[in-house]
Structure formats: C-alpha cells, structure tokens
Design a protein around this ligand. Structure first.
Ligand SMILES: *Cc1c(COP(=O)(O)O)cnc(C)c1O
Length: 238
C-alpha cells in the first residue's frame, strides 16, 4: 500500500467515526473542524493530507513545526492546494513565542498572561494577527501544569482579547490521562458558555484526540485534534 493509500484509509475511517458520533449526538459534521495532528510525521505526509482535503494541521513543537512549514513552502507546485492552517498545540516557553507567532495561525496552548503578551509582541513584529485559545487543565493531581485552572481563565482571556494583534478564539483542553474524559469535556463546554457571555467571539471548543474524540463530539467540541487515528502510530521519539 502506498503511503497515500494508507493515509486515505486512516482518514476515511476517522471520518466515518466522526460521522457516527455526530449522528449519535444530533450534530452536523459541518460544525466541526478536523485538525490533522502531524507532529513527528514528515512534511510529505502533510502534502498528502492537503491532497485529501485537509485544511488544518496541528504541531506541538518548535522548531519542528517551522522547519516542516518551510519545507512545504519550498516544495510547493503550482496548482497545489493552499498550505493548511497551522495550529500550535504544545507547551510554549515565552522565549519561543515570537518565533511561533511568525508561522502559527492558531495557538491552542495559551495558559498564562505572560505568554499571551509575548505572543502579542511576536504577532505585532510579524505584522500578523494570531488566534489564541486558553488551555484549561482539569487534572486533580497536578492542576495548572499544562493549562490554567478554571478560575484563571478570565485573566488569560482578557489579556488575549485586549491585544490588538491577538484574537480570542475560545478554549482548549487535553483530558487528564486515565480518567473518563466525558465529564471534563462537559465542564469545558460550560466554561465556554461562561466565557462567551463576556467574549461572544470566543466560539472555539478544542477537545478530542484519537482516543477520545467521540466523547468530545458528544459534549460539543468544535475542533478535534487527531493524529494517530489518521496517520498511524507515531515512531517513538528519538
Ligand atoms: C499529539 C496531540 C494530539 C493528537 O494526539 P493523537 O493521539 O495522535 O490523536 C492532540 N492534542 C495535543 C495537544 C497533542 O499534543
């Protein structure tokens, strides 16, 4: 099987499962954006995905993401579909925010005011506008390690919404490892409703990965971040 056929099969199967979850939840597939998480996979896989209609890619590391985008840009053939939007999903140090602001379209992992301010400076320097999501952490054992605890959302959201170079997109979470994700996704959706009372534009609810996207669709997620289910198991990090 060619790599293209392999990815096409993974994508088709994933789409079938998304359709079934939408059907069960009484939702329309068009309410949901599928982000293909291409971290650790080569630029050639991203190229194949765009040929299969994928418009959004997810990356979690700098500089891997930047190098991949550079490679994609350099290899572009005339008439090829446009490059996918780049969603940055990973934990981000303040000193790398300026670099990420140059190429990311959406940053899902904004979890502190200081990071929002650094992204704002980077976006301004790059002459770009960056959509930012507040990452929420529901972990009971180690709260606030990756993401802000619910009580901290408002401050980070205000810092984003108050910047001329950032747009507040909404909320994101990664369900705590080894726990039933459903109550956490439902909690995120309630927090999103609260946030939209203050910031009506913040409509994105980013939740759901290969292992739990059915539960995320059921809860009301608008953006799914799916890697392995489309692209196959990742090679172990070297
Ligand atoms: C890797 C990653 C995903 C995708 O995970 P899969 O299990 O490959 O679907 C989603 N979200 C974040 C934040 C990630 O780091």
């Amino acid at each position: 099987m060619s790599r293209r056929d392999e990815i096409a099969a993974g994508l088709a199967e994933t789409e079938q499962r998304i359709a079934a979850a939408c059907e069960a939840a009484g939702r329309d597939r068009s309410e949901i954006t599928l982000i293909a998480v291409t971290k650790t996979y080569p630029a050639s896989d991203v190229e194949l995905l765009t040929g299969l209609g994928i418009t959004d890619m997810g990356e979690n590391r700098h500089p891997e993401a930047e190098l991949k985008l550079d490679e994609l840009r350099a290899g572009r053939q005339t008439g090829a579909p446009p490059l996918p939007r780049c969603h940055f999903l990973g934990g981000l140090q303040t000193n790398k925010a300026g670099a990420v602001a140059r190429y990311a379209d959406v940053v899902h992992s904004v979890d502190r005011v200081k990071l929002a301010n650094s992204l704002a400076r980077g976006a301004e320097a790059a002459g770009r506008t960056l959509t930012c999501l507040v990452q929420v952490d529901f972990s009971a054992t180690d709260p606030g390690r990756s993401g802000v605890v619910p009580a901290g959302i408002a401050d980070v959201a205000s810092a984003i919404a108050g910047s001329a170079h950032l747009e507040l997109g909404g909320l994101m979470t990664v369900a705590p490892l080894g726990e039933d994700p459903a109550p956490h996704f439902a909690h995120l959706v309630r927090l999103s409703q609260d946030l939209r009372a203050e910031h009506p534009e913040a409509t994105i609810i980013s939740a759901g990965m290969s292992g739990d996207f059915g539960a995320a669709i059921d809860a009301g997620a608008t953006h799914l971040r799916i890697g392995r289910s489309i692209l196959g198991e990742r090679p172990p990090a070297g």
